[in-house]
Design a binder for this molecule. Structure first.
Ligand code: AKB
Length: 313
């Protein structure tokens, strides 16, 4: 039986993946962790521990004491927030990954680790971005994800560690808000649309970015982790495509439900980051190797978000 440790379980992706893993493997086989001990309240049905993901000794200790067989290592600082403190971001993102990979080598664990479209940069073709183009990332988060992909590939080829990864686009969900990303506007906008029918966007109206609705992202992750090892030929990280849209197109989709919704634009430093990222992603390799295909389009995602977003009291 699998026993799964999740780091960064209280984050936007963490909460949803934890729930999906509980459904798949049963609550008693899941150990949720996050650095913030207050996050415990988010995990009623599953064991939770407060864990600094850079503490590699503690991770190894847990692997032994809890009989862990898989780690979903999600803890990281994202693109926009990472720029506030580049060295700390590098340290946290890399140290935690290397600790997990070492534990995986020693105890033969299976690992999932998220990469990001932030690995791409100014030299990358921005339309239909291929799996292996030139990549010179422009944020410390992107640099850490790019280097992390190489480390994953190294551990997979040199030590036979079964580590699998996806380059997520911007993720959109209603259970937990994202924290510190360049794509966060695509979640914030739904809260503001429901709260007071207007939103000031920190990206310009025509900034097209790759995004994905959370149910697709969770399904992609589980499908990748379930695929036979022989099918997984890419051990850096897989491109996957969902929905690409601009803030203007998203606002138009919202207006189909809230006719008097208004959007204005005040681009800030996040615009410079977005301008180096792809507009759309080519995911032929993921399609071919493990059968990836998205389900949600812009209209379906928008209707579902507006139905489910709950305003904070
Ligand atoms: C961010 O904007 O930093 C993240 C990402 C695309 O990895 N959502």
């Amino acid at each position: 039986m699998e026993k799964i440790l999740i780091t960064g379980a209280a984050g936007q992706l963490g909460l949803e993946l934890t729930n999906a893993l509980i459904t798949k493997y049963g609550a008693k086989n899941i150990l949720a962790s996050d650095i913030n001990s207050k996050s415990a309240e988010k995990f009623q049905s599953v064991k939770f521990i407060s864990l600094d993901a850079t503490d590699s000794d503690k991770i190894k200790e847990l692997v032994v004491s809890e009989g862990i067989t898989q780690i979903y290592h999600l803890a990281a600082i994202l693109s926009a927030k990472g720029e506030d403190n580049p060295l700390f971001t590098w340290d946290l993102n890399m140290k935690s990954l290397l600790g997990v990979l070492e534990a995986a080598r020693e105890y033969k664990l299976k690992v999932f680790w998220p990469s990001s479209i932030a690995v791409f940069g100014k030299d990358t073709p921005r339309e239909n971005t291929p799996q292996n183009p030139g990549m010179v990332p422009t944020t410390v988060y992107g640099i850490s994800k790019q280097a992390g992909e190489q480390w994953c590939n190294y551990y997979a080829t040199k030590f036979n560690v079964d580590v699998r990864s996806i380059r997520y686009p911007g993720l959109i969900s209603y259970s937990a808000e994202p924290g510190g990303g360049t794509t966060d506007y695509a979640v914030d906008i739904f809260y503001k649309a429901k709260e007071n029918k207007k939103y000031t966007c920190f990206l310009s109206e025509d900034t097209r970015l790759p995004m994905m609705y959370m149910p697709d992202a969770v399904r992609a992750t589980l499908n990748l982790m379930e695929a036979p090892g022989t099918a997984i030929k890419t051990r850096t990280s897989y491109n996957i495509s969902g929905i690409s849209f601009t803030p203007r197109e998203l606002s138009e989709a919202i207006k189909e439900h809230i006719a008097d919704f208004k959007i204005s634009y005040q681009p800030d430093f996040r615009q410079d980051i977005a301008d180096t990222w792809p507009k759309s992603i080519n995911d032929e390799v993921a399609q071919k190797e493990w059968g990836w295909t998205p389900e949600y389009n812009l209209q379906q995602m928008t209707a579902d978000m507006l139905k489910n977003v709950k305003l904070k009291s």
